[in-house]
Write a protein that binds this ligand. Structure first.
Ligand code: ATP
Ligand code: MG
Length: 569
């Protein structure tokens, strides 16, 4: 019985749509491959070098365009700088950088030179950065002078393996190399290193929503799935104007914010600034964004500002909107359809899967609250663990969401956590740790993280269902729901709620919201207690951290909070 992704090839009769059709990547004649070759070289060679690859919008205004040829040249100069310092396959470049052009050229340059690339959120504090760089055995780092001084300088000496620190700009602190002059001095052309399709290319750390983040390893051959899923799930196609709002510090911002869009030869919008409602609406209108990929947390912020805030803008360019990262409340789907003329299409995947697995695809009937259906070529199931095996469950039954291993972007391991990796494969399936349900028509419905499930008076309650009911109330902007131990019920449902503008916390409002929830959910499932909060704890990728709500509620240790979003930058 296959136990890991590499051992478990897709069954021979299972279609592999990533291997054929318009998105199939060619690789090199000798069977080798490189993500950067698929993302850049191939397009330039085919005569598309003049097309804009990346339109960068600066925080303070202004825009600059990089064509496929420009980006390719910048990446090749970057690769030459790495090579000049003796770096190549076996080395690893970390990036601690905001969304600026150097990040994109650096990522692709590192891949070209055969290094493994790992992006980090630039807002991480020194400790999370250090831990991740140690786990990932970083030999090179791309950052800014200010980030270096604040977050790296103090412990750099303790990491002798870190051979090269590249600093964006013309000057660098002692022991570091200024990138500007190094790029100017480097040759503009570099021959992309041909890699084995199983050679590591990207390491991404998970969001840390449920515990300590894990480092998931992805290979060059994954690009076949990035290409295919970008088109199948998001509608990416040559010349489309596409905006992925995720930061590359999170897997979405690299897979669907760098690789998949370039491989599919779109024009990507990259905004350096953080979420700002008017700025975002202005970008969609001005840049004529056609495909927009975002996350529930941003969508809920848009809802919070109301349809009035969106009314002055022209959204007629939008063709397809998609969301990932957390469950997308049905309310958000219907709201977006009214306001943008297109609903946000929910899709589901994980750092581990390396690509979108389940989606409301373009052209498919959207069922608000459902994650959609598995992409063609992906075999999903709802299962129950039974010792060393699993049992498949039927429609309408809640169980763990499982995937049949064998697609190209599946992780090849958790860094230095072999046992944990092995545990994720049971009975020929990869088990996701998420609970879900499949309906009779094959749509999948998210129930909750296995860890977040609430057991109350014999009922199994998924927090998503309760949260979605709560945000249907006009006063409620966001909700995080947990189970709190209770002598009689086992657990009771408790909700933490933030309010929309114009509403103030009060006992009367608490009663009213509870009453609304009881009406929609029934008394067994509705929260027994509601607490109003100004904000909810969330990860930097925007996910509500229910485990932190719970730990604080119970006075337990908070655990790893390295990805917790704070105001500190
Ligand atoms: P960690 O594994 O460190 O706890 P994480 O699971 O949040 O963090 P990611 O890999 O970034 O790290 O997120 C994947 C998870 O996000 C999924 O397992 C799922 O729980 C949740 N998720 C992603 N998309 C959706 C979606 N469309 N609906 C519901 N949940 C989603
Ligand atoms: Mg996870």
């Amino acid at each position: 019985m296959p136990t890991t992704a590499t051992e478990a090839a897709a069954p021979p009769n299972q279609p592999k749509p990533w291997a054929e059709g318009p998105t199939a990547v060619a690789g090199y004649d000798d069977g080798t491959i490189n993500i950067a070759h698929e993302a850049l070289d191939r397009h330039v060679a085919a005569g598309h070098g003049g097309q804009v690859a990346l339109r960068w919008l600066g925080r303070e205004g202004g825009a600059s365009d990089l064509t496929y040829a420009d980006l390719c040249e910048r990446a090749e100069r970057f690769a030459n700088v790495l090579a000049a310092h003796g770096l190549g396959p076996g080395d690893s470049l970390f990036a601690l950088l905001g969304r600026q052009p150097e990040l994109y050229a650096g990522a692709l340059g590192a891949l070209k030179a055969g290094l493994v690339f790992t992006p980090l959120f630039s807002a991480f504090g020194p400790e999370p950065i250090r831990t991740r760089m140690e786990i990932g055995e970083a030999t090179a780092l791309l950052t800014t002078a200010s980030l270096y001084r604040r977050k790296i300088g103090a412990w750099r000496e303790a990491m002798p393996g870190l051979k090269l620190v590249l600093i964006v700009g013309d000057e660098a602190p002692p022991g570091c190399t200024a990138l500007g002059p190094a790029l100017d001095a480097a040759a503009p052309a570099f021959e992309t290193v041909r890699m084995d399709s199983e050679a590591p290319a990207l390491i991404h750390f998970t969001s840390g929503t449920t515990g300590r983040p894990k480092g998931a390893v992805h290979v060059h051959g994954a690009v076949a799935y990035h290409a295919y899923s970008g088109r199948a799930a998001l509608g990416l196609a040559p010349g489309k104007i596409y905006w992925c709002t995720a930061d590359p510090g999170w897997v979405t911002g690299t897979t669907y914010g760098i690789v998949a869009p370039l491989v599919n030869r779109v024009t990507m919008i990259v905004d350096e600034a953080e979420f700002d409602l008017e700025r975002w609406y202005g970008i969609v209108e001005r840049e004529k964004v056609q495909i927009w990929y975002s996350a529930p947390t941003a969508i809920r912020m848009m809802m919070r500002a109301g349809a009035e805030a969106a009314a002055p803008y022209d959204f007629s360019s939008l063709e397809f909107l998609a969301s990932v990262g957390e469950p997308l409340n049905p309310e958000a789907v219907t709201w977006s359809a009214e306001v943008f003329g297109q609903p946000f299409h929910d899709n589901w995947w994980q750092t581990e899967t390396g690509g979108i697995m389940i989606a409301n695809r373009p052209g498919m009937e959207v069922r608000p609250g459902s994650m959609g259906k598995p992409l063609a070529g992906i075999e999903a199931a709802i299962v129950e663990r039974e010792g060393e095996d699993v049992r498949e469950l039927g429609p309408q039954q809640v169980g763990e969401l499982a995937l049949r291993p064998g697609w190209p972007s599946m992780m090849r391991g958790y860094l230095h956590e072999e046992a944990r990796y092995a545990r994720a494969f049971v009975g020929g399936w990869y088990l996701s740790g998420d609970l879900a349900m499949r309906d009779a028509d094959g749509y999948y419905w998210f129930v909750g993280r296995a860890d977040d499930l609430i057991k109350s008076s014999g009922h199994l309650i998924g927090p998503f269902e309760v949260e979605s009911a709560l945000i249907e109330h006009a006063a409620v902007a966001e909700a995080g729901v947990i189970g709190v131990p209770d002598e009689t019920a086992g657990e009771i449902v408790k909700a933490y709620v933030t309010l929309n503008p114009g509403y103030e916390p009060s006992e009367a409002l608490e009663r009213e919201v509870r009453g609304h929830a009881r009406k929609t959910l029934g008394p067994a499932v509705a929260p027994r207690e509601i607490v109003f909060r100004k904000t909810l704890p969330r990860t930097r990728s925007g996910k509500i951290m229910r485990r932190l709500l719970k730990a604080r509620e119970l006075g337990l240790p908070e655990g790893d909070i390295s990805t917790l979003e704070t105001d500190e930058t």
